[in-house]
Every structure is written in C-alpha cells, then in structure tokens.
Write a protein that binds this ligand. Sequence first.
Ligand code: HEM
Length: 406
Amino acid sequence: MDATIDVPETTEAEVQSPFGDNSDMAANPQPVFKALRDGSPVLALEGSLVLSRKADIDEALRHPEMFTSNMSAVDLKNVRPLIPLQIDPPEHKKYRKLLDPIFAPRLMTAMEDEVAVLVNDLIDRFIDRGEVDFAAEFSVPYPSQVFLTLLGLPLEELDRFLAMKDGIIRPDHVTGSPYGSAKADAHQQKVADSIYAYFNQVLDEREAAPRADLVSRFLEAEVDGHKLTREDILDICFLFLIAGLDTVTATLDCMFGFLSQHPEHRQQLADDPSLIPSAIEELLRWETPVQMVARASLEDTTFAGCPVHKGDSIVLILGSANTDEAEVEDADQVRFDREVNRHIAFGGGIHRCLGSHLARMELRVALREWHRRIPEYSIEPGHTLVYTPSIRSIDHFPMRFTAREQ
Ligand code: HEM
C-alpha cells in the first residue's frame, strides 16, 4: 500500500528564489521546502519573512493578535475587510459562531446526491471521447456549479461567476498585464465593484422572497441577538468567490495530477473506494494546493530568533509544514492507509478554513464518481503539466482515459 515518492535534487536557484515564476517548483515543491527547512527555516526574502518549519508556522497561526490576516496582509481591491478572513479577534469569533453551523458537516453531507448529479453531468459530456482537458471540462466548472447550486442561482450563471473570480484572483491572466500593473489593478477594481453590485441584487431578491439557499440562510442567521448586516453578507459572498472556487479546482488538479502519474495509487482508489476519504486527506497533505498564507506583523517583535517589525509581511508555507519530517512520520511517503494525519492544508488557528466540510464533500463525490466510471487515466503522452504558483492549479490538463463498461 505505501509507495515512496522520488524526490529529485533541488537546485541552488530554486532555494534562493522559491516563489518566483518557477513552474518546476510549483509542480514539485516538496524538495524545495525540505531545502528551506534544512537551510533557512526563517528566511528574509523580498521584504517578507518566510517560515517553513511546522512548529514555527503553527506558532504564528496561533497568535492572530501578533500576526494578522487583516487587509494589511493581502490587498484584493475589496472596499471593506473580507469576512471572516480579514477580521481580527475578538470580533472574528462572532462571525464564525454564525457561519460555522451553516457549513456544518451534516448539512454538507446532505448535499451529496445533488452534487453527484453535477459531477455525472460533467462526465457525461466527455466520457465517450476517451480524452478530456481535465481543467477546462471538469475541475474549473465543477466547484462553481456547486456554489451556484448552494446560492440558489441558475447554472447558466457559470461564465459570469468564472469571470468574476478570475478578475479578482488572476487579473494578470485576464488583461495580459503583470499583476499589480495599472491595467490589471483597474480590471480588478472594476470586477470587485461588479461583485458587490451582483450580490446586492441577489440579496434584494432573497429579502423579497426567501428560499432554502445559502443567501437566505445568511439573512436569517442569528446568534446571541446578533444578525448579519447587508454589508456583512456582501463581504462574506466576496470572500467565498475567492476562497471557495479556485481552491477546490486547484485541489482537484493536484490530486488528479498526482494520481495520473502514480498508477499504483490510482489503482488503489479504483479497486477500493472506501479509501477515498483517507486518500483525500493524504493528497491534501502531500500536495497542499494552497501552498502558503500571508500575515502582517502587528508589532515589533522577535520570532524564531529573528527581528520582525510592525507591518512586516510573514509568509507561512503550509506545504512545507505538511511535509516536515520533524513532525510527520514518513513525511515523504504518500500512504492512503495513514491513520493519523494532522495536516494543515486548510490552515490553522482561528482562521482555519470555514469551507473545509464543503470542500471535503465536493472532493469525495468527485473522486468517487470519477473512479466509478473512469478507473484508468493518464496525462496525454508527451505533455508536461504546468502548475501555477501559490495556489497550485493546472490551466491545461489533457488526459487520456478508459471508461469502465457500464
Ligand atoms: C480544498 C479546498 C480548500 C482549501 C485547500 C482551502 C484552504 C484554506 C486555507 C489554507 C485557509 C486559511 C487562510 C488563512 O489562514 O489565511 C482557508 C480559509 C477560509 N476558507 Fe478555505 N479552502 C478550501 C475550500 C473552501 C471552500 C469551498 C470555502 C467556501 C465556503 C472556503 C472558505 C474559506 C473561508 C471563509 C476562510 C476564512 C476563514 C476565517 O478566516 O475564519 N474554503 N481556506
């Protein structure tokens, strides 16, 4: 059942600049993380302090009063803080108390049948071809379709949804100008404004005629006499577009990227679907699709022996924490029978992912239905997968497959 993964040598350049436009590093980050942990576990790089040891990363995540994720940590052209990610304690707790029950595991599991229909409809479109662009035809549309379903919006809104999230997350791709350039910034700003306008209209409709959907639940939710205001709900919806779509796409890309290159692992899932939940945890750990999260220091302090100034940015490499041999047994082995798996692919501390149960359900249904119908698949011969940095998605993923006879 176990298989050791080949860990190639890391080049000096990769260790020096692990976050540049380095597609080898994005495709195969684990050796770079190891080199960082061994050589520079607290690295000052381009104005940021980069942490790669699990113990240090856990420590930083546990101290939001020192290291904030508020608007000073990441600028996405939102006009107010994204809720709850950019809210500091103690206010943050009030929002999680309201939102956690809406994303409880029981409610997410109850959606499995409806979500399985979406997965099977997508697979129906290409199953007779024996080949597919996994990204364009599966991993990109699927999470947005689940979200539209949750929000009670028609699936025909898919293209508009994809344009809104891409306009915020990758304005450089959309405009062809570098991230942070005037053109990309202006596009990001225009899309941000349109997101507020779009959800304002949805809220008007749900206020007039509530339904059994997420937006209506936000409108009704009340804890300790506290209700969400319209602005609160807009800020939550804005964050969901950013946090809940690309993350699942990237996770599917990483998982199927791994499985299509490791036939023994793929076969295990095709032969025994009961392994899927533990395979999801193990691939989240090994691949860590959201490689890093950002914080900003709220005070002058020292951390792991290094001076940190108020306002400094801190990068926490979750992928490195998840493969840190000091904390994880057999850290460089991908084992679907791992009994203890305390990965932090969903982050840690107060900002740990609100959507983890939704994400796990989406992944579970996708892996189950896919392997039930398509047990054998591999990357198109001669093609090399190119991963995007930071959130490790694969824009072009040509795959060949053999469907199971029904
Ligand atoms: C496999 C898919 C996903 C991964 C890997 C992932 C990963 C993460 C990570 C690493 C964080 C922590 C960010 C930080 O500390 O700066 C986070 C937070 C968050 N995620 Fe996810 N996420 C996923 C899916 C989702 C989905 C589907 C939703 C939709 C509801 C979602 C909503 C959120 C929210 C709202 C937060 C902020 C929580 C807070 O600040 O209290 N995520 N996620």
